[in-house]
Design a protein around this ligand. Structure first.
Ligand code: PBG
Length: 347
């Protein structure tokens, strides 16, 4: 049925979406603010946001990070205060990233599984003082190695897959014993999810969850993060033999399928905004709890533009986070979690 034409209006017929213009006017549903709210398909809430935090040794330390305006490195005592604020705002979990002093770095990254590592001490402090917020910890060797890679190397500087996995399993168990709720393997090596699941289960840690960095790309957008961890000076070469090629998305599906088959409870795509298509594909394909990581470089871009007066900071932050929800993410790791939570609270 074709809508009757009126003078000055043309008619393009009807479709499954309803009659054609002028009977259908999509602008009607945008007429009032309440109307727009009523038909909004997606919403960002505080429980969608995980806050990544940088920790350092010492006491009463709060250090600003140049390339990430508004973000600090905290000593454990000050971390507890910062995380208490996040919890009071309703943020469900934090992800811990330790700065490793140079003398604790080694070829094989053995500090990774020290039960008294900074990450484990921070976890114990958080679990004792703030038991009702989740603690997530990366499992990867790059903060602990002298070469800055996520795995151990042979004499030809090849990253060794299976030898690395053994160390990752020890790291995961040490962290989980310290109280980490969610282990987040982030190195993109093969076979590590299954091995870590087995190691956790063998240590009576079957309640500990695994959020796998299932599709993590070899991205330039991690630059400010490496500076934040003071690990940028260490990395020799790049991570392209283990992290994914930004050209690929079929491969992201294979990577994610393997991690799910090995026992991942949740999967993640990283970086975020340049990879929304990958989030959508992963969510549609697997219907798993799917997370996105809005990484340090994305945060730095937003802040640089807002500080120059080129973007409205609050609107840019909230819009970028909402877009992850639209793309299919159930949640987002974002450095802007605390400021976004305050914005949401203020309404
Ligand atoms: C460690 C790790 C990285 C990030 C999270 N975990 C860096 C890397 O893989 O080189 C990046 C996070 C960010 O840029 O915000 N494997």
């Amino acid at each position: 049925m074709t809508a009757p034409s009126r003078p000055g209006f043309s008619s393009y017929g009807s479709s499954a979406q309803g009659p054609a213009y002028p009977r259908t006017r999509l602008r009607r549903n945008r007429y009032d603010a309440w109307q727009r709210d009523m038909v909004a398909e997606h919403q960002l809430t505080v429980s969608d946001m995980i806050w990544p935090v940088f920790i350092l040794d010492g006491e009463n330390q709060v250090e600003a990070i140049d390339a990430m305006p508004g973000i600090n490195r905290y000593s454990v005592d000050r971390l507890v205060d910062a995380v208490a604020e996040a919890r009071d705002l309703g943020i469900p979990a934090v992800a811990l990233f330790p700065v490793t002093p140079p003398d604790l770095r080694s070829e094989d990254g053995r500090e990774a599984y020290n039960p008294d590592s900074l990450a484990c001490r921070a976890t114990r402090a958080l679990k004792e003082q703030l038991p009702d917020i989740g603690v997530i910890c990366d499992v990867a060797l790059d903060p602990f190695t002298t070469h800055g890679h996520d795995g151990v190397m042979d004499e030809n500087a090849r990253i060794l897959n299976d030898e690395t996995i053994e160390i990752l399993c020890k790291q995961a168990v040490a962290q989980a014993q310290a109280g980490v709720d969610i282990i987040a393997p982030s190195d993109m090596m093969d076979g590590r999810i299954g091995a870590i699941r087995d190691a956790l289960d063998a240590a009576a840690l079957s309640h500990v969850r695994i959020m796998s960095y299932a599709a993590k790309y070899a991205s330039c957008f991690y630059g400010p993060f490496r500076a934040a961890l003071q690990s940028d000076g260490y990395l020799k070469g790049d991570k392209k033999t283990y992290q994914m090629d930004p050209a690929n998305s079929d491969e992201a599906i294979r990577e994610t399928a393997l991690d799910i088959a090995e026992g991942a409870d949740m999967v993640m795509v990283k970086p975020g905004l340049p990879y929304l298509d990958v989030i959508r594909r992963v969510k549609d394909e697997f219907a798993m709890p799917t997370f996105a990581y809005q990484v340090s470089g994305e945060y730095a871009m937003l802040k640089a533009a807002s500080q120059n007066g080129w973007l409205d900071n609050d609107r840019a932050v909230l819009e970028s986070l909402l877009c992850f929800k639209r793309a299919g993410a159930d949640g987002v790791l974002t450095y802007a979690a605390v400021e976004a939570a305050k914005m949401l609270k203020a309404g």
